[in-house]
Design a protein around this ligand. Structure first.
Ligand code: PMT
Length: 308
């Protein structure tokens, strides 16, 4: 695999609850697989290793027995997606992409999560790499190989993802939020397995931080900002509200009440919701759609730059 480590020159610190490994090949980051996240394709781009004495993470995965798998997607993508040349205004850029679900630990054996497979976000990272950009994928646990040419930060909880995004977003030109982030997390992590008692139990949840909603306001991100909206009703209205409230350039809205698109399916159908208009794209495979979406986002980025 060709590594493209030179492009992530950053003084960002790896957040304490993420793990990195130097010089590892792509691998799968999935919950309960006893594999732990991993890594920057190569020489870590000036990023520091996490403090091994930091035990604040609630993860119960381990670095042991890493079963590293090479990605074969890049080879396939080369056949399927001939490269369209960049326009003169769309140079290769750094793109942060969030993907997958988050998992919110309840106790050592239980967690809250959702049905996101990561397919959409990983397809976007693969497409960005094929278009010669520098994607950084910040992902919750999935069973998908990390695409070639993609740098990677594996996280578990919404809070971990917030920390990772805050660390890296100052260094990117475009940020795309495809992850399905938990809106609520257990108020308290039980150190021991919770025992049965009584017919009912109540789990108290607290709000997580809105990562996309913090990009402009808290993280002061000035680049091109793209969110997703997973809706089961009033798709356009809800997506437009998110677009305006979170100061996005684009919200990619999908109807997750359908079983043939959205969560964990191979296809998706999306409506592009801009601040003032929208456009519905035909249903397509996530791989093809991602390639088209990256081209659209390149154009938005180019027009933002020409306005500055
Ligand atoms: O992973 P797949 O199985 O391929 O499925 C793809 C997908 C359905 C997960 C994807 O296409 C999608 O819609 N992702 C967004 C899912 C989601 O959480 O949507 P939302 O409407 O709840 O959130 C709106 C936006 O805010 C999203 O960009 C989300 O990443 C972001 N968000 C949400 C909550 C939070 N605490 N922080 C966030 O950044």
């Amino acid at each position: 695999m060709t590594c493209r480590s030179h492009r992530w020159t950053t003084d960002a610190q790896i957040p304490p609850n993420t793990k990195t490994q130097q010089g590892k090949q792509p691998q799968i980051w999935s919950p309960g697989s006893n594999k732990y996240p991993t890594y920057f394709s190569n020489e870590l781009h000036g990023l520091s290793q996490p403090d091994p004495t930091n035990h604040s993470n609630h993860s119960h995965s381990s670095d042991q027995n890493l079963n590293l798998k090479r990605s074969f997607h890049d080879h396939q993508n080369k056949k399927q997606f001939p490269l369209k040349p960049h326009s003169s205004t769309t140079l290769p850029v750094k793109i942060l992409i969030t993907a997958g679900p988050t998992i919110e630990p309840i106790d050592p054996v239980r967690y809250l999560t959702n049905r996101s497979s990561g397919k959409m976000g990983y397809a976007l990272a693969a497409a960005a790499a094929r278009r010669n950009h520098s994607p950084l994928l910040i992902s919750g646990p999935t069973n998908i190989n990390i695409p070639d040419g993609t740098d990677f930060v594996g996280v578990e909880s919404a809070n971990d993802m917030y920390d990772a995004v805050s660390s890296f977003i100052p260094k990117v030109d475009i940020a795309i939020f495809a992850a399905a982030v938990a809106d609520y997390t257990p108020a308290k992590f039980a150190e021991q397995k919770i025992k049965k008692s009584g017919d009912q139990m109540t789990l108290t949840l607290t709000r997580t931080k809105d990562i996309l909603g913090s990009a402009r306001s808290q993280m002061n991100f000035q680049g091109t900002l793209v969110g997703f909206a997973a809706e089961t009703e009033e798709l356009i209205e809800n997506a437009r509200r998110k677009c305006l409230n979170k100061s996005c350039d684009l919200i990619i809205a999908n109807d997750v009440s359908r079983s043939d698109i959205g969560f964990d399916s191979s296809d998706n159908q999306v409506t592009l919701v801009y601040p003032e208009h929208e456009e519905t794209l035909p249903q397509d495979s996530k791989e093809h759609l991602a390639y088209h979406l990256i081209e659209i986002i390149e154009d938005i980025h180019a027009s933002r730059q020409s306005e500055q």
